[in-house]
Design a protein around this ligand. Sequence first.
Ligand code: TMP
Length: 216
Amino acid sequence: MFISLEGIEGSGKTTQIGHMAAYLQKTGRDYVITKEPGGTAVGEKIRSILLDPEHTDIDPMAELMLYVADRVQHVQKVILPAMASGKIVICDRFCDSTTVYQGVSRGIDTDLIQRIHHLALGGLLPDLTFVLDLNPEIGLKRAWRQIRDGSRPERETRFENERLEFHEKVRKGYLELARLEPERFVVLDAAANPEKVRETILGHLENHLKNQRQIT
Ligand code: TMP
């Protein structure tokens, strides 16, 4: 099973992934927690290029290709092998991030992005995608607070430096994707009590695991 988490910066994905890991651990499931960009050694290098705030002049198409390169390496070396050995894969961001950040916000044709993904990944998509929906003003404030207190690295702030409108488009992009594919997406209010968000996510996770057991 392949699950992704999506959301703007500061939406609380990392915290919720920690809760999911604790739940899977407690219930004795085999799982892998991973992320994009940077889920492999090569990907970590690509990540440092992509998120460096000094790289203000990366061409949008070059940016897109770097995300895709990171993803292909990640899918081939981590995600597919883990799935093949029956593990549950939890991924902090996947191709929906590219569709909304490079597509909706940067303005690259989203059909083109989907064609590239199809070509590069053979149509691999998560079975379940959680979107932590949040007003970007709140998300960016949280993210900058974490940068100031050192819990988020300052050397990775290229997207936090983007204008508010950029992040507003990201948010709308996610909501539109969720509207188009309601069977894959679950949208959660990330401004709600984190405990409530946790319970909702774990409820969906449990249901999915139950359904999967019935199918196999
Ligand atoms: P994060 O690890 O803090 O989530 O940061 C990753 C950043 O990269 C975040 O600002 C979103 C951005 N991003 C894209 O623009 N496109 C992508 O395909 C992915 C995976 C991330």
